[in-house]
Design a protein around this ligand. Sequence first.
Ligand code: IMP
Length: 430
Amino acid sequence: MANVVVVGAQWGDEGKGKIVDWLSERADVIARFQGGHNAGHTLVVDGTVYKLHALPSGVVRGGKLSVIGNGVVLDPWHLVKEIAGIREQGVTITPETLMIAENTPLILPFHGELDRAREGQNSVAKIGTTGRGIGPCYEDKVGRRVIRVADLADNATLELRVDRALVHHNALRAGLGLEPVDRDDLLSQLREIAPQILPFAAPVWKVLNEKRKAGKRILFEGAQGALLDIDFGTYPFVTSSNVIAGQAATGTGMGPGAINYVLGIVKAYTTRVGEGPFPTELLDEDGQRLGERGHEFGTTTGRKRRCGWFDACLVRQTCATSGVDGISLTKLDVLDGFETLKICVGYELDGERMDYLPTAADQQARCTPIYEEMPGWSESTEGARSWADLPAEAIKYVRRVEELIECPVALLSTSPEREDTILVRDPFAD
Ligand code: IMP
């Protein structure tokens, strides 16, 4: 059976929610493997809108197992609230339908405070984070002082873990002018939330490996986008996890052989939230138009997204680092009505042509995009369900994208509605 990983191939917000929902109908298990509630996935199922941040998209469909893997960082208070909200919408969530890896790190209130304190300093340290404590929690994970789901089950262990974390955090907070953490209050908050989290705790690595042996289909649901990857993104303006497809294995406890197909989600233009390099950013009317037509406001923070032309050079790069087998191209309809479209095919750096974005920040800053121009189309592509519904120029644009990124289109999404999708290849097909 084929298992599929879905990853964003740009800076996030590529429209993963719809595709993941579409694929989750065909899957038995849906697993998150990185990130946390910095993500925002909007699903429209039978006319009902669900906004998910920490929960895997599979929860809204009956008969599926949803999994939060160890590669995720989890805010337990947020999760309990999100579960309550989704239950109010009529969705059933039980320990049989949702499992959380016992080794998942917990985001605690002081992680969010630290994140926001650093961002609020308005200094060179600013990243433009979602302020949800994602970075500080991952720091604690690699610093070997994080509190994990399993620690909630034993009071003595929990106290030890909290003390270990506070040695570090109280020193750090003093430097930032923050009050020390109230240890007893934190412990009582953790003891209070524990019974609401622990019923979902499970050895996820074992469950998933058993599911795989039983021939079940697993969908690995990525969050953010490959250009926000901690190693391969536009560092330091990135998120704190590995976002690329390889993380699906380490973030759940499966071998790399468990991944049969990698689907990259690619928007027909480019957007980015937060600080950092963006070679094809448009600060003119065209950028404004992309933002308005594409409703480019963050699901999690409501921030306006920066918009620009499609950067084939960067997507070729992310398709390589994630081993993308096929892409789902989204929001093509946002380009309707542009007289001319531009695609970035490479960069010029100090008189030389580059076919990738260099790593060094000073070189990135000196890179100017090399554009190829294509004629636009005046017809609407919104809601197209077959190639025959698309104007010839739109098909040419899609074909050129495929050529430039060296990866075929598997799915073409032409509106937020599930049915408005052109299927070229089913990622789950063996
Ligand atoms: P953090 O993940 O909150 O630490 O934020 C780090 C960077 O990743 C910032 O530029 C955020 O705007 C960006 N980011 C985090 N999550 C998302 C997402 O789901 N979509 C788009 N950008 C994101």
